[in-house]
Design a protein around this ligand. Structure first.
Ligand code: FE2
Ligand code: FE2
Length: 282
């Protein structure tokens, strides 16, 4: 061959992803073992010696075309089976997650029904927390979703607080306040064994939403960055909603009054960065 020999041409074709699957049959006068071995090493599938016999050539080509088509079909079936199983797996995961979310809401509705908090406090806290996570410069969309689905459980520990304390008319005694504070640590008992991301986030939120930025909160007196960002965000959302809605012991504050309170408490009770983000965006 004047410019390229058959070996070089085979090497080029096999090096090009567009042509590498085309079966190559060598038509050659060279019958030495080295040449034949070299051709197979380069990716040839067969060889025919010169001069050729037409019937043999057609039969060999036909075999290779059929083999090539069968391989292509197998590859296609494999890839569509893989896609189907991935799709099934994704559907299953999302169905399980949807079920988890529904269970979470059912549980939190139950807490809402037994707690001192009226109306749709739990759902509003979730909405506010998601919005704060969205405005936060360092949180991802995934964080937003996790916080949205975990925030409703922030007071789930109240299920184990005695009704006479939970529904008491008037202020709590010092001893009763201590019992009430336990709704944070009680919640940890529910979640501590779970490895699920929503449950882990719910654990953090339920145990840390009463911690203060300056370390004067409860249950652990955690300070500043030691309070997880999910806890810091839900702390703001929870108080904001409590202030702006009527409770047994207080009237609903105006939006301005609630924002003023949060502004005043930043760096004391609340993370000043989270608060700063709200006020910058308002
Ligand atoms: Fe709480
Ligand atoms: Fe709350």
């Amino acid at each position: 061959m004047p410019v390229l020999d058959g070996f070089e041409e085979c090497r080029i074709l096999k090096g090009n992803p567009e042509y590498r699957d085309i079966p190559i049959i060598f038509h050659t006068a060279r019958l030495d073992v080295d040449s034949i071995t070299h051709a197979f090493q380069l990716g040839a599938v067969d060889y025919i010696t010169k001069p050729f016999n037409a019937a043999e050539l057609l039969a060999r080509v036909k075999n290779q075309v059929e083999l090539h088509n069968a391989k292509k079909m197998l590859k296609f079936v494999n890839s569509s089976l893989k896609k189907q199983s991935e799709l099934k797996e994704r559907r299953l995961v999302s169905e399980i997650e949807e079920n988890q979310k529904e269970i979470i809401y059912a549980l939190t509705e139950m807490v809402e029904a037994t707690s001192d908090e009226t109306g749709k406090h739990i759902r509003r806290v979730a909405e506010y927390a998601r919005l704060l996570a969205r405005l936060h410069p360092n949180l991802s969309f995934e964080d937003e979703e996790i916080i949205y689905h975990a925030a409703p459980m922030h007071d789930i520990g109240k299920v184990s607080i005695p009704g006479e304390i939970l529904h008491k008319n008037g202020s709590l005694t010092a001893a009763e306040t201590e019992v009430m504070k336990k709704h944070t640590t009680n919640a940890h008992e529910f979640f501590k064994n779970s490895e699920r991301r929503f449950m882990k986030a719910a654990d953090i939120i339920a145990t840390q939403h009463h911690e203060y930025w300056d370390g004067n909160g409860y249950p652990k007196g955690l300070k500043e960055q030691d309070i997880h960002i999910y806890g810091r965000i839900v702390a703001v959302a929870d108080v904001f909603d409590a202030l702006t809605h009527k409770r047994q012991y207080k009237h609903a504050w105006t939006l301005e009054a609630a924002l003023k309170y949060i502004q005043e408490r930043k760096g004391v009770q609340f993370d000043h960065k989270t608060c700063g983000t709200i006020f910058r965006k308002l």
